[in-house]
Write a protein that binds this ligand. Sequence first.
Ligand code: FAD
Length: 465
Amino acid sequence: MQDKENILIIGAGLCGSLLALRLAQRGYQVTMYESRPDLRTTDISAGRSINLALSDRGLRAMKMVGIVDKVLPFCTPMYGRLIHDIQGNTFTSNYSGRDGEYINSISRGGLNGLLLTEAEKHDNVTIHFNKKCTSVDIENTTAKFKCYITKEKHEVCADLIFGADGAGSALRKSYYLEKKFLFSYSQNYLTHGYKELEIPADKIGNHQISKDHLHIWPRGQYMLIALPNLDGSFTVTLFLSYDEGAYNFNNLTTIEKVTEFFKTQFPDALDLIPDIDNEFFNNPTGALGTVKCAPWYYKGKTLLMGDAAHAIVPFYGQGMNASFEDVVVFDEILDQHQGDWETTFKAYQKIRKKDTDAIADLAIDNYYEMRDHVANPIFKEKRKIEMDLEKTFPNDYFSKYSMVTFNETINYATAMKIGRAQDKALLNLIADNELDTDANLKTVLHKVQQQTKEILQEDKVAGLQ
Ligand code: FAD
């Protein structure tokens, strides 16, 4: 095996460009092909989430490649959720009781552009835009591309091919079409899709609602969320069924119906979205789904990473963070088996897949939590207790949300296992009126810890872990 192989990366999105940067820092020859134009010189934001929540797992990856100081200026911290009820009343729910734990709203284009620029600073990285991969010959590590500009087709041969080409991955498609090995694959769509709208900045460029929060308008069967942008605007996302309920994407076909929907369900938001008529009918409706597959690799030749290996629904704000963490985990494993790619890929999947499966399931849980439970009195009480526990015992209590979002040293699978048991314990204790928070918080902590331990033990006996 040669020392520094030629590596081909398909897809210059968030995962691909971070991977290119890291592999270049390690001295590999990296060539990356992207189907879309260069987003630093063309506006191609329409249709994809314009901003995203970046949290500790993603920031850890930025630290790994040494660019965290360049990323932070793109960030707007969000300290908690600000929930809007149907009457226009609001209440807040912090993400953590500990100081310094918050998530960051960041522009997808800004972050992706920065990663591309940082990767391109290395002489051993070449990036080609407007070139779509149409298929991969995995045995011969050769990928076929079509250029959108010249319409010409060509082939690229490499020592290794990484598929970082997102949820619709061409490499993953070649895995099941080539039928060279037993490839398991599932794709599950939600019955809901999403559409992005905008709350513009006010006349002097300020945010019209709190920029320190992720805003949620939970309505059970549907919801709106809004994340702040640096220019004073908010990107608003409507999550709505395609065809169920009184209001759905299929029946909101006229301006009158859309206005009626927003007037009755999100009256305070409607006042802030002046261009709703245009945006609702011109912005695309995106699908939401979960992709799970295995194996991610073929021999020591190809590997899927990021959404290509494990696309998830966006409700935990972890898809990008998980894709970035993929690169961190991969990088650590690379150190252990350098040069032996099959062993590296195998070890990477072994350690990583249980975690990406876990965050996929947690993201579905959060779908129900955000659109419904956040407004439920028992859920609100639970979150209040969790905030008090985290504030008073910052080293002893970590909510599920904190473990997933702010504790990059706890893997997703462990966060899910402990977090779910802890949630169950808290909800049981609240329902049974066994928590007197005014009395003694230490007793509350002990009761929650004890009950969590018992639930974990029961789950173990029942073979649920
Ligand atoms: P992508 O970002 O999809 O990048 C893949 C790249 O490959 C693209 O540039 C694409 O053009 C290119 N490509 C695709 N096919 C080909 C081909 N055949 N040939 C060449 N190039 C190709 N995550 C978070 O962490 N926080 C959030 O708040 C968050 N919010 C989200 C909101 C929404 C509405 C959605 C849909 C997702 C959200 N995500 C969030 C998830 C996040 O967007 C993804 O997990 C992340 O983009 C995955 O990065 P990736 O590089 O693997 O895939």
